[in-house]
Design a protein around this ligand. Structure first.
Ligand code: SAM
Ligand code: FES
Length: 356
């Protein structure tokens, strides 16, 4: 126990641990060790980021995807899925509705769908920005540097793209026909272009080890992510990974807490997937280092078609309902709703020095 406490202290003071030390923290099995880890992460969150939980309204605007990630319910190979695309003006109007609901940020997410040309995407971003003081996060997958540049010029503030796993061999097995190197290159390019960068990974992928998770945490640090999205893998019945076991919530929370200790100023969402594997998963995440929630503002008619995994929460709810629900969730975790855009403090420092 003493050595575990010393490791927690080292994580807090140094914000650096070796792979072996991270593995030791992740291997905690005793109730007391795990309780201490979560409590330390919660305290670090409070000290660095306060008691605020920031809200980002997510609009899942297209479930068309040219990629074939083995775990994903909207993969190209899933022929059972009815596909949809929201019209550009419908996306703008939904973002403005999110603004009306009081969300300071919208996340525009889709599969990798080339139907939305650069002209269309830039038109959407510009038209949202023209009308509302909203921070815009894009989550569109891999694009060229020129395209990322154009989207930034149009007004996009943030980009969200997980590296999914730092194990290159596993990455190759799960993502046929695409390259790990390109994903990494995209992430470095996004940072260089001045985006506030969100990335992250899945916990509980078939074949993933604890050592891989330690590598994932180290990669997050190397990328100096402004936001770290960490969620459980949940097996989808219409994918090649059907029947595989899903990620374990306790392991997700341990990973999340360690990320909080090592990256105290990074925004960490209590993900929808965490709320899907356990109905109080998001409250638990908020008490273990998370400080962001991404309520769904996608129009209800599309929600059930954006099932990346089965059992996804909020499918039958309307955006207004999610708005009220998350308020309760934040209060029940003993936190308060954040004000402003909720940018990570280290990104603000970077942006103050470097004007892209
Ligand atoms: N196309 C964009 C991209 O590649 O970043 C955004 C959309 S993608 C569907 C959003 C995220 O969903 C992925 O980064 C992945 O981690 C998550 N996801 C997909 N399938 C999942 C599953 N079966 N269980 C948990 N999360 C999943
Ligand atoms: Fe949608 Fe709770 S956040 S119902």
């Amino acid at each position: 126990m003493g050595s575990y406490v010393n490791l927690l202290k080292k994580a807090v003071y140094n914000q650096h641990l070796s792979r072996e030390e991270i593995i030791r923290l992740l291997s905690a099995a005793g109730e007391e060790e795990i309780r201490m880890l979560y409590a330390a992460a919660d305290e670090v969150t409070r000290v660095h980021l306060g008691n605020e939980v920031h809200l980002r309204g997510i609009i899942e605007f297209s479930n068309h995807c040219k990629r074939n990630c083995l775990y994903c319910g909207i993969r190209r190979g899933n022929k059972k899925l009815t596909r949809y695309r929201m019209e550009p003006d419908e996306i703008v109007n939904t973002a403005l509705y999110a603004f009306k609901l009081g969300y300071p940020t919208v996340v525009l997410q889709s599969g990798e769908d080339d139907w939305y040309s650069m002209e269309i995407m830039c038109w959407i971003v510009k038209n949202i920005k023209k009308t509302a003081n909203l921070a815009i996060t894009l989550s569109l997958g891999e694009k060229s540097s020129q395209e990322y540049h154009r989207l930034k010029q149009a007004g996009a503030d943030r980009y969200l793209m997980r590296f999914e796993t730092s194990n290159q061999k596993l990455y190759g097995q799960l993502h046929p026909g695409v390259s790990y190197e390109n994903r990494m290159q995209c992430l470095f390019t996004l940072r260089e272009l001045g985006y506030e960068l969100g990335t992250g990974f899945l916990v509980g992928l078939p074949g993933q080890t604890i050592a891989d998770l330690a590598g994932d945490i180290l990669l997050l640090q190397k990328l100096d992510a402004d936001m770290a999205g960490i969620g459980p893998f949940i097996a989808h019945p219409d994918t090649p990974l059907k029947g595989c076991g899903s990620g374990n919530l306790d392991m997700v929370l341990k990973v999340l807490s360690i990320v909080r200790l090592l990256m105290p100023q990074t925004n960490i969402p209590a993900t929808t997937a965490v709320g899907t594997v356990d109905n109080i998963g998001r409250q638990r995440a908020l008490k273990a280092g998370a400080n962001v929630i991404m309520p769904n503002v996608t129009p209800q008619k599309y929600r059930e078609l954006y099932q990346l995994y089965p059992g996804k929460i909020c499918i039958d709810e309307r955006p207004e309902h999610c708005r009220i629900c998350v308020e309760g969730l934040i209060m029940s975790a003993g936190k308060i709703r954040g004000s402003g855009f909720g940018s990570s403090p280290k990104w603000k420092e970077r942006a103050a020095v470097i004007q892209p």
